[in-house]
Write a protein that binds this ligand. Structure first.
Ligand SMILES: C[S@@+](CC[C@H](N)C(=O)[O-])C[C@H]1O[C@@H](n2cnc3c(N)ncnc32)[C@H](O)[C@@H]1O
Length: 323
C-alpha cells in the first residue's frame, strides 16, 4: 500500500469505528457465538434491513472481524470474537459507547478545542460529560459499561504487577460500577473494599460482605478508613487544579495513594496514550501526563511520588505516600 493510500485509510478510520459500534450495538458477535449464520438470519434477529446489514457485515469481514462465506454466511474470527459481550477481554461495551451520538458530536468540535484549548464536549453540549450523564441515565449506564469493559482488559496485568493484597482496606475512589474492586476482592480473600462514586453510579451495586458502597463527590470528601486509596482513570479526567483538589481530599485520610493511569511516553512513541490524551481533551476535559507531571500534582496535593510500576497492559500503578 502506498503512503497516500495508508494515510487515506487512517483518514477513513472513523467510518470503520462507527461500523464496529453498530455491530456491537446490534449484538452481532453474540449472535455468531454458536456458529455461522446467514446475513438474512442475522437481519431477522436484529430487526434490521437485510441488504444494509449485509453491507455492514461484508465491510467488517473485509477488515477481519468476521469471515464471509460464498452464501453470505458469516462467522466470527479471533478478532471479532472480542466483540462478544461475554468474551474474557470483551471490547463490546467500549465499542457500544464510542459511537454514541453525543460522543461523536463532541469529536466534531475537536477543531474548536484545538484552537481554544477548551473541552470539546462542553463546547458542543454546554455541560460537562458528568453533568450530561447525570441528566441522561442511559448514557451514564452505557459509559459505566464501557469503563467496565475497558477494565477487563487491564485488571489481570495490574494484579500480576502490583501486590494490592498488602492492604487491609482499599477505597476505590471514582470506582464506577465496581468492576476493579470486585476483581480485587475475589483475588485477595482478606481484603476489604469501599466503592466510592457519584450516587447515581453506585446505586444498586452489591460487592458482598467485604465491599461497602458509598455515594458522594470527591470534590467534597472521600470515605475514611482506607489503607490505600485507589484512583483508576480519575486524575486523567481533570486538569491540574481539579486533580489537586481531589487528591487533597484523599490526602486528609492518610493512607497510600495508588493511581492507575497511562504515563505519556517519549516523543514518537505511545500512540494509545497520545490518542487517549486527545480523548481526554474532547470528553471529560482532562489530560494524560508524564511521570514528572504526576509528580508535580502529587507534591501540590501533599504526596511524595514513591513508586511507578509499569504493567503489561500499558497501565502504570503510580504510588504516593503522604509527604
Ligand atoms: C473514567 S471513569 C473511571 C471509572 C473507574 N475508576 C474505572 O477505572 O473503570 C471516572 C469515574 O469518576 C466518577 N466521577 C466523576 N465525577 C465524580 C465526583 N465528583 N465524585 C465522585 N466520582 C466522580 C465517574 O462517575 C466515573 O465513574
Amino acid at each position: 500500500m502506498s503512503k497516500a493510500a495508508e494515510l487515506r485509510r487512517l483518514v477513513n478510520s472513523y467510518q470503520l469505528s462507527q461500523a464496529i459500534h453498530v455491530a456491537a450495538v446490534l449484538g452481532i458477535a453474540d449472535l455468531l457465538a454458536d456458529g455461522p449464520r446467514s446475513s438474512d438470519e442475522l437481519a431477522k434477529a436484529t430487526a434490521t434491513s437485510p441488504r444494509a446489514l449485509y453491507r455492514l457485515l461484508r465491510a467488517l469481514a473485509a477488515f477481519g472481524l468476521f469471515r464471509e462465506d460464498d452464501d453470505r454466511r458469516f462467522s466470527l474470527t479471533e478478532l471479532g470474537d472480542a466483540l462478544r459481550s461475554d468474551a474474557p477481554e470483551s471490547v463490546a461495551g467500549w465499542a457500544a459507547f464510542v459511537g454514541r451520538r453525543n460522543i461523536r458530536e463532541a469529536w466534531s468540535a475537536l477543531e474548536e478545542s484545538i484552537r481554544t484549548g477548551e473541552n470539546a464536549f462542553k463546547l458542543e453540549h454546554g455541560v460537562s460529560v458528568w453533568e450530561y450523564r447525570a441528566q441522561n441515565p442511559e448514557e451514564s449506564e452505557i459509559f459505566d459499561r464501557a469503563m467496565a469493559s475497558s477494565s477487563h482488559l487491564v485488571i489481570r496485568s495490574l494484579i500480576d504487577a502490583y501486590d494490592f493484597g498488602r492492604f487491609g482496606t482499599i477505597v476505590d475512589v471514582g470506582g464506577g460500577n465496581g468492576t476493579l474492586l470486585r476483581a480485587l476482592l475475589d483475588e485477595y480473600p482478606q481484603l476489604n473494599g469501599v466503592l466510592f462514586d457519584q450516587p447515581h453510579v453506585v446505586e444498586g451495586v452489591d460487592l458482598g460482605e467485604r465491599g461497602r458502597i458509598v455515594g458522594g463527590s470527591f470534590f467534597e470528601s472521600v470515605p475514611e478508613g482506607g489503607d490505600a486509596y485507589l484512583l483508576k482513570w480519575i486524575i486523567h479526567d481533570w486538569e491540574d487544579e481539579e486533580s489537586v483538589a481531589i487528591l487533597r481530599n484523599v490526602r486528609r485520610n492518610g493512607g497510600a495513594l495508588l493511581l492507575v493511569e497511562r504515563v505519556v511516553e517519549p516523543p514518537n512513541e505511545g500512540p494509545e496514550t497520545k490518542l487517549g490524551d486527545l480523548n481526554m481533551l474532547v470528553g471529560p476535559g482532562g489530560q494524560e501526563r508524564t511521570l514528572e507531571e504526576f509528580r508535580a500534582v502529587f507534591e501540590a496535593a501533599g504526596y511524595e511520588l514513591v513508586g511507578d510500576t509499569p504493567t503489561a497492559s500499558g497501565m502504570h500503578v503510580i504510588e504516593g505516600k503522604p509527604a
